[in-house]
Design a protein around this ligand. Structure first.
Ligand code: BES
Ligand code: MN
Ligand code: MN
Length: 463
């Protein structure tokens, strides 16, 4: 049988298995789902074993287990390390899902006329991880696996990969490879393949503003005592100037402008502003003066408030001057910025701008460093050729706006570059209600991955 025949004979099985994985609510942010997280890890472990991987195990960490497995066909051949994550974001707010997040259903959409799987994790990242498991099964069944492969699928990506770094450092030998292959990013459109060549870093903080030592009657005290919610809102608003430039001193010090050539290349990606606005139902886009959407999300750093709370939010009105207000704030970082420095700059600035009458506390969360991946490596060229083969079009190099913090560590600690051969779409509602993944994208991924292995092995053999 050929690979294409194997895929078409197994389409339904490949889909049903993914649906089963998607039914497991492996939410890493909420400890109530710990058992489900372990169940998802076990599911992938069992499928890797069934497909023919060796040394498959759940590697325990202080957090969620890491699924490891490998197939070494010949130690002198190159090795591809496949990385992905089986944990998912929380599904709340549940009422905004058209069908329940952990009861996958297939529906057609304008962008996915052949149907998409609606479920939390469908695209990010279970659907994309599972493509690798099935592509591996296919190569094993067809005896066409041309080089060695190692799988490392973690369960804490959505909460900062806390335990994966130490695991990598402790397992340098076991993780020896020539490249890391990751499918956890997007393509521009189903008829416009692309490969992300960079990811932004992340600095994430929680702030707490405290006014009076207790909630007060807003009539008796209001106007005479600083209201922490009013103050916090003002402080957050002051973090951008009239050009939507971030006002933290030193924030842009290490940010490099792209050369005109790089900028032109970035803007070669087809981008339909009207369709973008229509999809999000906004009358206009917003952002830093002097940059367009692709630049604002790809190569410029940002600061966003992710959540803000305090005071009375129950039914009806309660006249209260709250004692405290809180916010979660994230900053996306670009090459040369580093998360620790940026977090420190934020903290110093935020404490400095706090007016008298309130106390401010800034608590850092997990962070991650930005990365740029090469476009002249064998691995990139193999991904390019693989996508060109299956899409019939050469993929465009792009910059991803999101973050995968562990990618910088792969480079620093394991000396490994990554290739971000993702198959999702930005409009697939990752982290949002009604997340979905196109059937086209799922099968296209399974079809493309073996070509990556083939071309990568061929290119490496010529070295
Ligand atoms: N897969 C995403 C990252 C991503 C999505 C990159 C689309 C490029 C395009 C990943 O699972 C993710 O959501 N990462 C988090 C960071 C993490 C520390 C919570 C992010 O970017 O917010
Ligand atoms: Mn992801
Ligand atoms: Mn994610």
């Amino acid at each position: 049988m050929t690979q294409a025949a194997y895929l078409s004979n197994n389409q339904e099985k490949f889909l049903n298995e993914l649906l089963e994985l998607l039914r497991i609510p492996s939410i890493s942010a909420d400890s109530a789902y710990k058992q489900d997280v372990i169940a998802a890890a076990n599911y992938i472990k069992d499928k890797l074993i069934a497909a023919g991987a060796d040394q498959v195990e759940l590697c325990e960490t202080a957090g969620n287990p890491i699924v490891y497995g490998e197939k070494i066909i010949d130690p002198t051949l190159p090795t591809v390390l496949v990385y992905g994550h089986y944990d998912v974001q929380p599904a709340v707010p549940l009422e905004l899902w058209e069908t329940p997040p952990f009861e996958p259903t297939i529906r057609k959409t304008e962008i996915h006329p052949n149907g998409a799987i609606f479920a939390r994790g469908a695209c990010d990242d279970k659907g994309q991880v599972y493509m690798h498991v099935k592509a591996f099964e296919m190569m094993m069944a067809e005896k066409s696996l041309p080089c060695n492969v190692k799988f490392m699928i973690e369960g804490e990506e959505e909460v900062g990969s806390t335990h994966l770094g130490p695991f990598c450092i402790a397992n340098k030998d076991r993780l020896k490879a020539d490249v890391v292959l990751i499918s956890d990013t997007s393509i521009l459109a189903n008829d416009t393949p692309s490969i992300d060549c960079g990811l932004r870093g992340l600095s994430y903080v929680e702030v707490e503003v405290t006014g009076p030592n207790r909630d007060l009657h807003s009539g008796v005290y209001g106007g005479a005592i600083a209201n922490p919610i009013n103050i916090l809102a003002k402080m957050i608003a002051s973090l951008h100037d009239e050009n939507n430039h971030i006002t933290i001193p030193g924030f842009y010090d290490l940010v490099q402008d792209l050369t005109e050539k790089e900028r032109t290349a970035l803007n070669e990606a087809p981008f339909d502003l009207d369709a973008y606005k229509k999809d999000l139902d906004v009358s206009d886009v917003w952002g830093e003066t002097g940059y367009n959407v692709l630049e604002r999300t790809g190569i410029r750093p940002t600061l966003d408030c992710n959540g803000i709370w305090g005071g009375y939010i129950g039914e009806g009105a309660k006249t209260v001057l709250p004692s405290k207000a809180f916010a979660k704030i994230s900053m996306r970082l670009v090459p040369h910025q580093d998360s620790e420095t940026i977090t420190k700059l934020f903290k110093e600035h935020f404490e400095r701008i706090a007016p008298k009458g309130v106390k401010v506390e800034v608590r850092p969360h997990h962070g991650g460093e930005p990365v740029v991946t090469p476009i002249d490596s064998n691995a990139y060229m193999a991904a390019e050729k693989a996508m060109e083969t299956t899409f019939g079009k050469k993929p465009i190099p792009t910059r991803g706006g999101g973050s995968i913090p562990i990618v910088a560590l792969f480079e620093r600690e394991l000396g490994l570059k990554s290739v971000l051969m993702g198959f999702g779409l930005d409009s697939d509602a990752l982290h949002s209600p009604n997340e979905h993944y196109g059937l086209f994208n799922y099968y296209k991924g399974i079809e493309t991955i073996p070509y990556f292995f083939k071309f990568f092995s061929e290119l490496e053999a010529k070295k």
